[in-house]
Every structure is written in structure tokens, then in C-alpha cells.
Ligand binder design. Structure first.
Ligand code: HEM
Length: 243
């Protein structure tokens, strides 16, 4: 079981992520979308969406730092384990709480706004369950093993295990002594990552960066010559033709 969960599942996850993205791009390029529901409701979305997205972005940065920066490196620049623990406790918890409040508000909006509910598929519902479970379990595992003075030092177990996956040197034994709540969190996390290409979460790989650099939309009035002889339809009469 240990070999499957911590030696094989991570690779199944990566294959599902990379293969799924390739498949979706090839066969469902035009379905690659957030399926935004902003047209149905925007008042709650305007608050909940940035809360969730900023929260999850900080959680993501925290995971990269915690799992992929070896403890020896932070030691080398003089960051003590206790200082690191406080950063992770306050910074990570703040990010996790922001994320969970955002996602709860998004789910509340989906359940209570009829048009949004009708635009919600079974695929979305399953994705929300796994997403919520991953976030909840992350916070639960972390807070369940933390006090101000100390916390579970995952940088000696989970972090080297995670790096081993990418060095193609999986070490399942590192995960065996890890508290169960963290193990459950990691399994749900892998499940979520594997699901990304097959859900709306795929939009995380197509941030509309081009919006920042695209030219302005230019509106021009046309000259009477260009308009020709046709009488404009009601409501479409040209405005201020002198300019
Ligand atoms: C295999 C994948 C994952 C592993 C190995 C992992 C590992 C961890 C670890 C070790 C912590 C504790 C951090 C600390 O105490 O400072 C944590 C916390 C957390 N994780 Fe994950 N995680 C994974 C995937 C995910 C995913 C996919 C999500 C969300 C979508 C997520 C959300 C959270 C949250 C909200 C917390 C608590 C707040 C925080 O410390 O940032 N994790 N995770």
C-alpha cells in the first residue's frame, strides 16, 4: 500500500496532469474555459472570487517554498526552524483561511443563486468536493499539529519525499511516519492535481496575460459617405457626424 500511495500514485498524478492537458488541448480546445458565471451573478462573485484566488495563490507559493526549498538552504541563510515555523503558521494559516472563506462563499453563491446553480454540472460538483476537502484537510492537518512554540516538521519527511518524486528517486518510506491527517491531505491533493485537466480548473493554465498588453479597443464613427444611402435603423442613427 505504501509503495502504491507514495511511490506510484505521484507518477499516476503527473501522467494524468500532463497527458490530460495534452488531450484536452488537442480534442477540446474550445471547451478550455473557466465557464464563468459572472453574467448570472456578479455581486458576490466580485468579493468571493478574489478572496479565493489570492488565497490559493499564496497557498501555492507556500507549498513551493515548504516542499521544494530544502531545510539546509534556509539553515544556511540563518533562518531558524522556529522562525520558519512562525512564518508558516501565521502566513500559511492566513492564506488557508482566506482560501476557505472564499471557496465557502463561492459554493454558497452556487447553491443559492438559481441561474448559477443551473449552470453547475456534476463535474463541477465533484471538483468542488475534492477542492474543499484538499483545502480543509491541509488546514486541519497543519493546525492539529501546531502550537506557537512548535509544529510538525514536514521538511524532514514530506518535503524530501516530494522532491524525490522529481529526482525519479521515490522514497515511500519517508511518508510512513507522517501523521495520518497529512497523509490524507497529500492523497486528496494528488487526486485534485490529477483531475485538473478534466475540470474547469484547467483555466489555471491559461491566465489571460495578453489582456495586459493588448491594444485599446478603438471606436470610430464612420463618415456619411461610408454609411451610403441606407436609412439607419431606429436607435442606430449616427451621433455627431461633424467630428
Ligand atoms: C501532493 C500534494 C500536496 C502535498 C504534499 C501537500 C502538503 C502540505 C503540507 C506539508 C502542508 C502543511 C504546511 C505547513 O504546515 O506550513 C499543507 C498545508 C495546506 N495545503 Fe497542501 N499539499 C498538497 C496539495 C494541496 C492542494 C492541491 C491544495 C489545495 C487545493 C492544498 C491546500 C493546503 C492548505 C489550504 C494548507 C493549509 C494552509 C497552508 O499551510 O498553506 N494542498 N499541505
Amino acid at each position: 500500500m505504501s509503495t502504491f500511495l507514495w511511490g506510484a500514485l505521484p507518477y499516476i498524478t503527473l501522467v494524468s496532469l500532463a497527458g490530460g492537458l495534452w488531450w484536452r488541448y488537442r480534442y477540446d480546445k474550445f471547451g478550455w474555459t473557466t465557464r464563468s458565471s459572472e453574467l448570472h451573478e456578479s455581486r458576490l462573485l466580485r468579493i468571493a472570487s478574489p478572496m479565493f484566488h489570492y488565497g490559493i495563490l499564496f497557498v501555492f507559493v507556500g507549498h513551493i517554498m515548504g516542499l521544494f526549498i530544502p531545510e539546509a538552504w534556509t539553515d544556511a541563510v540563518g533562518v531558524k526552524e522556529h522562525q520558519y515555523h512562525l512564518l508558516s503558521l501565521f502566513g500559511g494559516t492566513a492564506a488557508g483561511v482566506l482560501t476557505i472563506l472564499g471557496i465557502l462563499m463561492l459554493i454558497y453563491r452556487r447553491r443559492t443563486r438559481d441561474a448559477v446553480l443551473r449552470a453547475t454540472t456534476s463535474n463541477d460538483k465533484l471538483m468542488y468536493v475534492v477542492l474543499l476537502a484538499a483545502i480543509f484537510m491541509g488546514l486541519y492537518a497543519k493546525l492539529g499539529h501546531s502550537t506557537i512554540s512548535s509544529g510538525y516538521n514536514y521538511r524532514t519527511t514530506i518535503a524530501p519525499w516530494a522532491r524525490g518524486i522529481f529526482y525519479l528517486n521515490p522514497r515511500p518510506e519517508l511518508m510512513e511516519s507522517v501523521p495520518l491527517t497529512f497523509q490524507i491531505h497529500a492523497v486528496i491533493g494528488m487526486l485534485l492535481i490529477a483531475m485538473v485537466p478534466f475540470t474547469r480548473l484547467v483555466h489555471m493554465f491559461s491566465a489571460p496575460v495578453g489582456y495586459l498588453f493588448r491594444p485599446y479597443i478603438v471606436y470610430r464613427s464612420r463618415s456619411p459617405q461610408q454609411l451610403g444611402e441606407r436609412t439607419p435603423r431606429r436607435g442606430w442613427e449616427p451621433v455627431d457626424l461633424e467630428r
